[in-house]
Write a protein that binds this ligand. Sequence first.
Ligand code: HOZ
Length: 428
Amino acid sequence: MRSQRSQRELARAKNLFPGGVNSPVRAFRAVGGEPLFIARGEGSYLVDVDGNRLIDYVLSWGPLLAGHAHPDIVKCVCDAASHGTSFGAPTARESDLGDRVRRLVPSMKRMRFVSSGTEATSAALRVARGFTKRERIVKYEGCYHGATDSLLVRAGSGVETLGLPDSPGVPASLAQLTTVLPFNDPDATRAFFRSPQGRETACAIVEPVVGNMGVLVPRPGFLEVLREETRAAGTLLIFDEVMTGFRVARGGAQERYGIEPDLTCLGKVIGGGLPVGCFGGREDVMEEVAPAGPIYQAGTLSGNPLAMAAGCVMLDLVSQQGFTEAIEKHTAELCARLRESCAEASVPARINQAGSMWTLFFAESDVFDYPTAKQANVKRFAALHRELLERGVYLPPSQFEAAFLSSEHGPEVIDQTANAFREAVKAN
Ligand code: HOZ
C-alpha cells in the first residue's frame, strides 16, 4: 500500500496539531500504523491522498448512514450555502428538522439543536442537575459521552484506546460527583438507586447499546431495571443515542428496546455528515432551558442552516420504508460471513451487532461489559486491522470503537470485504 503522501501530510500536521490530529483515535496509535490522510469519499469508499481506495467501515465514526457524498445531501447543502451559511437567528429549517426528529423519536417532545454530540451530553447534564436540584450523576463503565469533564471518568473510546487514566485537567471535586456503575449489571444498578446516594442523584446517562467499548448489547432486563429504579429515585434517565440514533432502529435504541428515557442526546446521523447535536425529551424538563426557563445553554452556530438542511435529507432517507432495515440486514450478513471465516480458521472471536453497528472481538467468550471487552486480544485486532488495510478494507483503528455500514454497502461490497477478511484472518 502506498503511503508516502500520507506520511508527508502527517509530518506537516504534527507541527500544527497535538499528535498530528484533531481528535485522538484518528492517530492510529492502537493499531500500530500511521493515519491515512483522506482526499475524498465516494459511497462506501474512501480514497486517500496516495490514491488508495478503501471500503470504509468508519464512516466518519457513524454519521454517514447514506455513505459518502450522497447526491441529495450534497445538493441540499450547496443550495443552502448559496443562501447564506449562518444567521445566528431562527430559521424555518430548524423546525423542519425538529419535526422529523420528533416523528422518529417521539419521547423528544421539546429539543434544542447544538453543534456536536459532546455539546448535547454536557448540556443534558446541566439540565438534569438544574431540574432536579441535585449534583451527583451516574455513568456506566466503558461508556463514552464525548469529552465532557464530568463524563471523562472510566470512559471508553479514545480514553480506553490510548489507555489513559481519567483525564488530567478534570477537577477531582467534579469527578467525585460522578458514580460509575457496571454496564449490564441490573443488581448493581438496583442497589445504587436504593441507597441514600442513589436517591440524591440527578441523572443516569447511558449508551443503551454501547458503541464506545466496541459494540456491547444490553442484556434482557438491564435497561428495564435502570428505567424503573431511576424513576423511583426521582433521577432523570438520559439515553445517549449519539451513535445508536437512527442506526439501532429507525427510532433508536429506545424504539428497539421499548424504553422511554426522560432525555435523549443525538448527534452523528442527525446531521447527515455536518456538525449537529441535539438534546431533548420531557416537556416539563426542557421548559426549564433558557429562555423558557433559567438553565442556560447557548451556541452561535446552533441550528446552522447547512447542517439543518443535510439533517432533513438524512432523516427523510431514514423515514423511507425499508431503508434502515436493509442496512441492518446487510450488516447481519457481513457479520455472519466474518463469523464463518473465524470458525474456519479456528480463531476464537465474538462479533457483536446492533442495527448497522458491529465490532469483532478476539475473545473466547461473550463480550457484554467493560471487563469482558478488556479481555479481548487487542494485539490480534491491531494485526487484523493492518492486514485488512493492505486488502482495501478500512476498519476503526481501535478495538474500542464500533464499525458502521451505510446504505451504500451493498452485496458486492460485503462480498469483497468478506473475501478480504477470510485472507486476513488466515494471515493474522
Ligand atoms: N470519539 C469518536 C468516536 N467514538 C471519534 C471522533 C473522531 O476522531 O473523529
